[in-house]
Design a protein around this ligand. Structure first.
Ligand code: URA
Length: 242
């Protein structure tokens, strides 16, 4: 990898900023000052330091964010704050959210630069579970629960895939689905003449939202959580069932 690319992936700045740092002699490779941006390095073997601080290369990073309402699930937006802006000093230019939560939805959002895993987790054929805590306008009847569990018409070509509903309180359910259509949960509740008043995702592909994370807070995934996600991305059930 080129040295300037390595430095900008390590979050030191844009390609032109890091070229400036190189010209100023702030970067060493294996202890020797290096000024050329096109110097090729072996990122897992060469020891690159910036102002004496060793930069540890990690190809892939994974963060769990408790998305607050009012922030958009995008990498840029001309008006609203984006989820990647919440990462502060851990921000790097190649990070993106895995899928989208609506602006008013809270909860678990995975941020990574691992495009391959993201693609697998979002692929409809992998049937990855998403668990939502849903505050509803009216309590659900047994028939409503049965309809949601069997699949409802939300105006798409096919009914929704079977879901799992757990009634927690008169106005709150846990809904587990394996699809991610636009406004899916809101449209599912509309299909049974109800309305979503508040929506929070608490589970995604074997990951559970860390209860210690306040809205807007994030943390890196633990190794076993990354493994659980990788397992979830491998599943390929062949039946239309949970
Ligand atoms: N379903 C919705 O309606 N909104 C979300 O943000 C996620 C799922």
């Amino acid at each position: 990898m080129r040295l300037d690319r390595f430095l900008s992936e390590m979050n030191l700045g844009t390609r032109s900023q890091v070229k400036g740092y190189l010209r100023q002699g702030l970067v060493t490779v294996n202890g020797v000052p290096e000024r050329s941006a096109d110097r090729r390095i072996e990122e897992t073997r060469d020891l690159v330091s910036f102002q004496g601080r060793l930069l540890r290369y990690r190809q892939y990073v994974y963060y769990m964010l408790n998305k607050p309402a009012g922030v958009v699930s995008a990498t840029r937006d001309s008006q609203a704050k984006t989820v990647v802006e919440l990462l502060g000093a851990d921000y790097r230019g190649d990070l993106f959210p895995v899928g989208r939560l609506d602006k008013d939805t809270e909860g678990l959002l995975l941020l990574t630069n691992d495009g391959d895993l993201a693609h697998r987790l979002l692929s409809p054929s992998r049937h990855v579970d998403k668990v939502y805590q849903v505050k509803v306008a009216h309590s659900l009847s047994r028939e409503d629960v049965a309809c949601l569990e069997q699949g409802v018409d939300i105006g798409e070509e096919k009914d929704t895939l079977p879901a799992v509903v757990e009634v927690q309180e008169a106005d709150q359910i846990l809904l587990t689905i394996q699809e991610g259509k636009f406004h899916q949960v809101k449209r599912m509740l509309q299909a049974v003449d109800n309305q979503v008043l508040a929506l929070k995702r608490i589970g995604f592909g074997g990951l559970r939202l860390d209860g210690e994370l306040e809205p807007g807070a994030y943390r890196e995934l633990r190794e076993e959580e990354v493994t659980a996600l990788q397992e979830a991305g491998k599943k390929r059930p062949d039946k239309r069932s949970l």
